[in-house]
Ligand binder design. Sequence first.
Ligand code: PEP
Length: 251
Amino acid sequence: MRRKVIAGNWKMNNDLSGSISLISAIKNGLSEKGTDNLVIIAPPYTSLETACALIKDTEIKLSAQNMHFEESGAFTGEISAGMLKSAGCEYVILGHSERRTIFSETDEIINKKLKKALSSELLPIFCIGETLEERESGKTNSIVERQISSGLDGISESDFNKIIIAYEPVWAIGTGKTATPDQAQEVHKFIRNLIEKIYSKNSAEKCIILYGGSVKPDNSAELLSQNDIDGALVGGACLKSYSFLEIIYSV
Ligand code: PEP
């Protein structure tokens, strides 16, 4: 039985005081009932260290939203895996569609980042997903297959087992358009079959595959009840504690 995972990607939102308020509200909400789900938050870099101190002794885990694949050097504005570790991160989101489209990250760059995160003992949340144009021209499976096989190139099975995959159709991110539960389940099943082909049935069965794209309290229960959907990567709805908590408690 795979554990459900609810991860909140805050993107470029919340300064330090906003981060403190949001984390305090999430903590309060969780302390009332607790949860068996794994809850991950990904605040901006400037809030990571404070977030780490605030979530100490809670079930909440800390993620960064991105990192560079080099350890140090002349990469102005970038941040390394070691720096994220020292700020208290356990996870890092890699390959988010906003990184791929706005910041031109290629499958090769994402592959380097995945390898660097794994060798630095950071657990990657590896995002993939097709654009609307790709879906409408029937290319969803081939795009997802390319992103997965290039992203995982050269990654051993034991390292792969540390990765969480997030399927996020680009057309559903921040648009209010959600994939139907059937559409999402179909791609999640396809991804699990792909993992079986690349690694093994055992790894495919263990692999946590999140859905992301306009997940909200009113659609999360149905999406997350699908056989191959193991949780959600939430953007907009994680910025309010009540909606993030409702999603956590919808499964
Ligand atoms: C995301 O940024 O990963 C995301 C899924 O955003 P939203 O929930 O706002 O669509």
